[in-house]
Design a protein around this ligand. Structure first.
Ligand SMILES: Nc1nc2c(ncn2[C@@H]2O[C@H](COP(=O)(O)OP(=O)(O)OP(=O)(O)O)[C@@H](O)[C@H]2O)c(=O)[nH]1
Ligand SMILES: [Zn+2]
Length: 351
């Protein structure tokens, strides 16, 4: 995306004196090397210098003091200096964070009111959802789709465990939202549908999210055999999976001509939607975006918005039910952001 969106860098409290741009205070670091952040663990960053290039090698780095509290997250393109050999016991320094094409935030919560960036520069959010065991939760999917669209990312719904339930209902719900859908199920050691998943990921960076037990690790291990993501059985008592994996990590998917990455985000439950603008969400619906140019200024495009052009557009073609489905879908995502969405009846049992 062209414009950088608001993130925690903007709410940093700066010391009173000096309004000079911070970049001026930073050393030039002309010898710095470009690197991709693949993982973060207790203040140590796993980076790949010259990612996907001839000189690619893994290095452990720390954040240079001059970056202050700016967060460095998987997917960030950074500059590193110092000992960049990657040899045992060496530590490089991250001195610059490149502009971010996209940012995905996790939601604010009671202990931390800031929606923090969790992944940078990803193209696509892959919402891994089991068709059963655990039951799919449409409200959670809606929130993920809204977060992806707001972040300028595509959304891909990966429906697993198709051996247990029919995907038709969810497909009908998400196709009008413009979400690409792939359906998989395990058959012995194989995953049926894996080729479609591969095709949807090829040449892109995709963030994988999903509740515990949906089969996300099973999928990651099939895509990246060297990953060794822990897979856990669904807990028989609660129906939830065990939390078997811990920190976010970028993994290269082998076998592609173009660089292909998945970023696994264990433990991420929800996404920040507090800053989503209706028009930002609308931008993901090119056809509706066009129609809404006729809306009154400041139109929220919600179901109760007076004179919203989307309503006229639906009314103008009663023989085209697809229009209503499209508008309803957009408004469902809009409502998920405002927290006014109908509660998902299936969600009650599992907060
Ligand atoms: N029936 C069925 N079970 C599956 C399928 N895919 C995975 N499972 C099982 O579902 C359980 C959870 O799979 P995981 O891959 O560990 O799920 P996860 O989403 O990574 O969950 P955590 O590891 O807890 O984060 C395991 O017992 C898998 O064997 C599938 O297609 N069909
Ligand atoms: Zn409108």
């Amino acid at each position: 995306m062209a414009t950088r969106r608001y993130d925690e860098r903007d709410v940093r409290i700066r010391p009173g004196r000096g309004t000079r741009p911070r970049t001026k205070q930073r050393p030039a670091h002309e010898d710095a090397l470009p690197a991709l952040v693949t993982g973060v663990d207790r203040g140590r960053y796993a980076v790949l210098v010259d990612p996907d290039g001839p000189g690619e090698h893994a290095v452990t780095a720390m954040k240079a003091r001059e970056l202050g509290r700016d967060r460095v997250v998987p997917g960030d393109l950074v500059d590193v200096v110092g000992d960049t050999t990657g040899e045992d016991g060496t530590l490089a320094r991250i001195v610059r964070i490149g502009d971010r094409r996209t940012v995905l935030r996790r939601t604010a919560d009671d202990t931390d009111p800031i929606e923090r960036v969790i992944v940078a520069n990803a193209d696509q959010l892959v919402i891994v959802t089991a068709l059963a065991d655990p039951e799919p939760r449409t409200r959670m999917i809606d929130r993920c789709v809204a977060a992806a669209y707001d972040a300028g990312m595509d959304a891909l719904l990966a429906l697993t465990k198709a051996d247990l339930a029919d995907p038709a209902e969810l497909v009908a719900l998400y196709e009008p939202v413009g979400v690409r859908i792939v359906v998989t199920h395990r058959a012995g050691d194989e995953i049926v549908g894996l080729d479609e998943v591969r095709a949807a990921l090829a040449g892109r960076t995709s963030v994988l999210v999903g509740h515990s037990g949906v089969g996300k690790s099973t999928l990651v291990n099939a895509l990246v055999p060297s990953a060794g993501r822990a897979t856990g059985a669904v807990n028989d008592v609660t129906g939830r999976g065990r939390h078997t994996s811990t920190s976010a990590i970028a993994l290269r998917v082998p076998g592609n001509d173009e660089p292909t990455w998945v970023i696994d985000t264990p433990g991420v439950r929800s996404f920040g939607l507090a800053h989503v603008e209706p028009d930002h969400l609308l931008a993901a619906f090119a056809d509706l975006s066009e129609v809404a140019r006729e809306c009154p200024r400041g139109c929220t495009h919600a179901a109760d918005a007076p004179d919203c052009a989307l309503d006229e557009w639906v009314a103008a073609a009663p023989d085209e039910p697809a229009r209503a489905a499209r508008v309803d879908s957009f408004r469902r995502l809009l409502a998920s952001r405002l927290g006014t969405a109908e509660p998902d009846p299936r969600e009650g049992a599992r907060p």
